[in-house]
Write a protein that binds this ligand. Structure first.
Ligand code: AMP
Ligand code: MG
Length: 330
């Protein structure tokens, strides 16, 4: 069972819950009109607002802890972005009435720290395209200690029970603590925690692949060949963000390849895109490595410079998947 008395876990659950609520508010108020204009400002506003909120809660709860967040306020402080900063401040003032533009920028930049022996990493909105499409996105927060992920929390507004995609439902709060398993509860705060377990599928032909929508985040043609070579029969489940890791942890999918995009052969994964999700999968009984079978190395800074891509699986399908990657030279 989760130790719900742990101050770090209590903080992580509360921060992700509040940030998820905040980005849902931004989405409700800004996204529908923006979609027609092809305007990305709602996700910009939500991203910055969520980072400001989580950072401020962290300054209060753990003032000495560094936060490595995805956003930086420099981009918000230009004259052209004055309107965006005003919107961010207005949304942050919902949960934090003391918010001013200056304070919001200070809070956001609290998330500019470098990784240390103990630090947190935050993706305020992972899956920005899903957020704009009104589909899957998550708020991802992790605590790292000596290069190991200790706590990983995913706020998934459009998942139910960590595995079922339901837009506008109660949402899922998925939490993993090293040695304590992966658990899910409703994002709206009603109900208890239920433990999540990966699937037991061991025949590659039965594997359900979890895939990105974005072709540029992987190697689509290699993925198609990998699936064929492994004899995968089922249609892949497609969705944005680390919600894929929640679904894998809950047994709603079995394999996730993050191959190297041919357009960006030197791309390295960012720690905030992998830390929470990888612990969520591992504590549910799954396996996470890079494409060469090496453990993810979180000691290298803000990027996983010592790893190439990611392979996450339910466990039994890991070896066949690694073998298929090797055979293809992916
Ligand atoms: P997904 O929703 O699975 O497509 O992944 C979204 C994440 O992919 C974002 O958080 C980005 O940080 C990350 N990303 C951006 N560019 C690349 C790339 N070239 N290769 C892999 N991931 C990327
Ligand atoms: Mg991300």
């Amino acid at each position: 069972m989760l130790d719900l008395k742990s101050p770090e876990l209590k903080f992580a659950l509360e921060a992700v819950r509040q940030a998820s609520r905040l980005v849902q508010t931004v989405q409700a108020e800004m996204v529908s009109s923006a979609l027609t204009k092809g305007d990305k400002s709602p996700v910009t506003v939500a991203d910055f607002a969520a980072q400001a909120l989580v950072a401020k809660l962290m300054i209060d709860a753990f003032p000495a802890d560094p936060l490595v967040g995805e956003e930086d306020s420099a981009a918000l402080q230009t004259p052209e972005e004055a309107e965006t900063l005003a919107r961010v401040t207005q949304f942050v003032a919902g949960p934090l009435p003391e918010a001013t533009r200056d304070r919001v920028c200070t809070w956001i930049d609290h998330g500019n720290a470098a990784p240390a022996a103990r630090f947190w990493t935050l993706d305020p909105i992972d899956g920005t395209k899903g957020f704009l499409r009104g589909q899957q996105y998550v708020v991802a927060l992790a605590l790292l200690l000596d290069g190991q992920v200790e706590i990983g929390v995913l706020g998934c507004p459009n998942l139910v029970d960590g595995s079922i995609q339901q837009i506008g439902g109660p949402g899922s709060l998925v939490a993993a603590v090293r040695g304590q398993g992966t658990w899910v509860t409703s994002l709206d705060g009603a109900g208890d925690f239920t433990q999540l377990h990966v699937s037991g599928r061991d025949n590659p032909a039965d594997a359900r692949l979890l895939r990105s929508y974005e072709a540029g985040h992987t190697n689509v043609s290699q993925l198609d060949i990998l699936g064929e070579n492994m004899g995968v029969a089922a249609e892949p489940v497609r969705l944005d963000s680390q919600a894929k890791y929640a679904i894998l942890a809950a047994g709603g999918g079995d394999l996730l390849f993050r191959l190297i995009s041919p357009k960006m052969p030197d791309y390295r994964e960012k720690i905030w895109d992998q830390a929470a999700g990888s612990l969520v999968v591992q504590e549910a009984g799954g396996t996470v490595t890079d494409l060469d079978g090496k453990p993810l190395d979180f000691t290298a800074g803000a990027m996983l410079t010592n790893n190439r891509g990611v392979l996450a699986s339910n466990g039994p399908l890991h070896a066949p998947a690694l073998q298929a990657i090797k055979q293809l030279g992916a």
